[in-house]
Design a protein around this ligand. Structure first.
Ligand code: FMN
Length: 210
């Protein structure tokens, strides 16, 4: 049995492209893999708190020295990390905001990238002190963008701090098997957007068989 963690991060509801496409992905995945389970987390509608000073104090205090106050300060983070680690496959919807991920999703990332939980730090290993702990996972990220041509060698490549960043940060904790599906041209009119959605649907139909 494979466990899927389905995450949406758009603040928009029915008009959200990323939301609609992750829903279609998970529905089709379940048709192909009826025994798999799905956990759903809606970051777009239920804000994740930002990292603050008590959080930092707690996360960097060894477990055996943590006071009840420090445990309380990372309670939400621990719950999110537990949920994240329990999954085998991630299906995540991420809009592009100001060339990167939206802040709601960045807040989530800051909560789950945790020393000792999703990545280890070995200072004695000077050359390569970080050891990823989230191994053998698969991730599908559906991005939604107003513009287009953000790929390697394309005209807006230099503006793209979205999927390169996501590869870097999830790779940092050990997730390297990441497939991106991009829904683009939300700002370029119905026809171009429709073509992009149609292409994303073709990709999804192939990927859910895997
Ligand atoms: C605050 C804000 C910033 C945005 N910044 C960008 C951007 O930098 N590049 C881009 O291509 N689209 C940008 N967009 C457009 C969204 O990426 C696009 O509308 C996308 O479809 C949103 O995802 P959703 O449909 O899942 O809500 C922005 C939209 C908003 C609301």
């Amino acid at each position: 049995m494979t466990r899927i963690l389905h995450i949406d991060s758009s603040p928009r509801g029915e008009v959200s492209h990323s939301r609609r496409m992750t829903r279609e992905f998970v529905k089709q995945w379940k048709q192909n893999h009826p025994g798999d389970t799905v956990t759903y987390r809606d970051i777009g509608r239920n804000s994740i708190p930002h990292v603050d000073e008590p959080w930092i104090a707690a996360a960097f205090t060894p477990i055996e020295q943590r006071t009840p106050e420090l445990w309380e300060a990372i309670k939400i983070s621990d719950r999110l990390v537990d949920e994240f680690l329990a999954a085998d496959i991630y299906v995540i919807g991420v809009p592009m905001y100001n060339f990167s991920v939206l802040s709601a999703f960045k807040a989530y990332i800051d909560q789950i990238v945790r020393i000792g939980r999703t990545v280890d730090f070995e200072p004695e290993n000077f050359e390569n002190p970080y050891k990823p702990l989230v191994l053998n996972k698969k991730m599908f990220i559906i991005t939604a963008r107003g513009g287009s041509d953000f790929g390697a060698g394309e005209r807006n490549e230099k503006q793209n701090h979205q999927d390169p960043y996501l590869r870097t940060v999830f790779g940092f904790i050990g997730i390297t098997d990441i497939t991106f599906i991009h829904v683009e041209k939300d700002e370029q009119g119905e026809k171009k957007l429709a073509e992009s959605i149609a292409f994303a649907r073709i990709q999804i139909a192939q990927l859910v068989k895997g």
